[in-house]
Design a protein around this ligand. Structure first.
Ligand code: GLV
Ligand code: MG
Length: 325
């Protein structure tokens, strides 16, 4: 291990993160009763310019009046390039800061964006006498944000999570896609011709590099990497496949832009019982090995060592967190 200790963000379940437009208050109660781990009430892209002011009022009222139970609550503010942003932060925090856990910052591009927000939030918290500190979730969804993701991830002790915003990222990088979070058949490998002239097309994941890069920046700074939207909510298999790819890379969760995606995210982002059981057996086997003075042993015909302990501990800890929720 490095001598540098990585400060970990507060441990929160973030398997599913439900997006709820601030302009549609009729959806709030149902969202509160859903199984989503985190809810973000949106003031940004799901809200038309003419509805921004009313949406802000709706969100403030909802945070104060609705019973959100133990849910982690977030508000997605407008971008730093808009004049809506300062009022989003000031009004929501001053009037509903007690029930808010996180602020979601869209299209963050540089560490200075985070610094500016941190200053504003710090002043409001101090003026209001709030005891708890609001966390930040950043959407990495522009070429600039991805270029600076390492600095963004390290820019504030308020940072809790990074989110891959594939829709805006596609727009910013001019990637060729039609479905939000989907893949493109042109991003494929055509196998070489073999003796029998048989060739196959293997679709690739055009988002792999971006997902990996953001994941490393998040983990290296103790933050949760969370995958963003999958637009086709009539395609649960497509959603599951995208969520699984993210989970395999180390992502903690995925957005749900429709209530039907909550359960899918919770399932994919929770370790399977068989995985937890194996992790527990690894911990037991290594405990026995340590008692015998051994550093590595075999379990089910496979090598396990101290790295296996760390992996198993992460898994068991996640399972405990889920069971406690
Ligand atoms: C989310 O905001 C996205 O653009 O994908
Ligand atoms: Mg976006």
């Amino acid at each position: 291990m490095s001598f540098l200790t990585i400060q970990q963000a507060p441990a929160r379940l973030n398997r599913s993160e439900l997006a709820v437009p601030g302009s549609q208050p009729q959806l709030f109660e149902k969202a509160a009763q859903s199984e989503a781990d985190v809810i973000f009430l949106d003031l940004e892209d799901a809200v038309a310019p003419d509805d921004k002011v009313q949406a802000r009022k709706n969100v403030i009222e909802a945070l104060n009046d609705i019973d959100w139970n133990t849910k982690t609550m977030s508000v997605r503010i407008n971008g730093l390039d808009t004049h809506y942003m300062y009022r989003d932060v000031v009004d929501v925090l001053e009037q509903a800061g007690n029930r808010l856990d996180l602020i979601m910052i869209p299209k963050v591009g540089t560490a200075s964006d985070v610094y500016a927000l941190d200053m504003l939030v710090t002043q409001i918290e101090s003026a209001m006498g709030y005891e708890k500190s609001i966390g930040f979730e950043h959407i990495i969804e522009t070429a600039l944000g991805m270029q600076n993701v390492n600095e963004i991830a390290a820019a504030s002790p308020r940072n809790e999570s990074l989110h891959f915003g594939v829709a805006d990222y596609a727009a910013s990088t001019r990637a060729r896609t039609t479905i939000i979070g989907g893949v493109n058949k042109d991003y494929a490998v055509l196998t070489d011709k073999l003796d029998n002239d048989d060739r196959q097309t293997h679709w690739g994941d055009m988002w792999h590099h971006a997902l990996s890069k953001m994941m490393v920046a998040a983990r290296a700074n103790g933050l949760r990497p969370v995958d963003g939207p999958f637009g086709d909510f009539s395609d649960p298999e497509g959603y599951r496949a995208a969520a699984r790819r993210a989970a395999v890379l180390g992502y903690e969760g995925k957005w749900a832009i429709h209530p039907s995606q909550i359960e899918l995210a919770n399932q994919v982002m929770s370790p399977a019982d068989s995985e937890v059981e194996r992790a527990q057996r690894i911990l037991l086997a290594m405990k026995e090995a340590a008692a015998e003075g051994k550093g590595a042993v075999s379990l089910d015909g496979r090598l396990i060592d101290y790295a296996s302990i760390r992996q198993a501990e992460v898994l068991v800890e996640k399972a405990n967190q889920i069971n406690a929720a």
